[in-house]
Design a protein around this ligand. Sequence first.
Ligand code: FE2
Ligand code: FE2
Length: 203
Amino acid sequence: MDLDFLKQTLKTRMTEARYQHTLSVADEALVLAQSFGFSAEDGNRLYLAALLHDITKSLSSEEHIALADVLAVPLTKDDIASPPVLHAITGAALAKHDFPDLVDDGILAAIRWHTTGKADMTLFEKLLYLADYIEPTRTAPICLARRRAFYHDLATRSDKVETLNIHLLAISEDTRSHIIAQNRPVHPLTDEIIHALKQELKH
Ligand SMILES: [Fe+2]
Ligand SMILES: [Fe+2]
């Protein structure tokens, strides 16, 4: 399957705004892959993960639960209590089901963890998480400010991975505050990534 055909397929499955977000995450992911020295092949894999990362985002909670059942993916009580998390779980499972020749375990893991993050993420997973938050069609001031600050620091600081971890920690903490402000339960993985990044930054 060529990428143009995949993009056309995705376009029919999502709203125009989500499709534009998807393309923008993919472009951002490619820039980040180059910045972090990925091979062309791994850059293309990250681009593909980005194209597929929100493929089930338009489904309702009930539809996610039904799809998870059909695809035999377990959902925890915490997952069900955090509806925005569900599309990362069903998205990875559906990407594997619908595009088995395109994806591999690393791509599926990046999709799976793109919403909450988790402890001990790979650089590949971290870059999708970051691209999803800072891509420029997200015009919330907090996202625009994070984008500016990240690229400023990436250009001026010597340790790229530390720079990435500093900004991922800030994003995770902002996300946590946003969830609490909305009176929603914080998914345990959100606390897990915050704790893990703090540990990583200590070394
Ligand atoms: Fe998402
Ligand atoms: Fe997204």
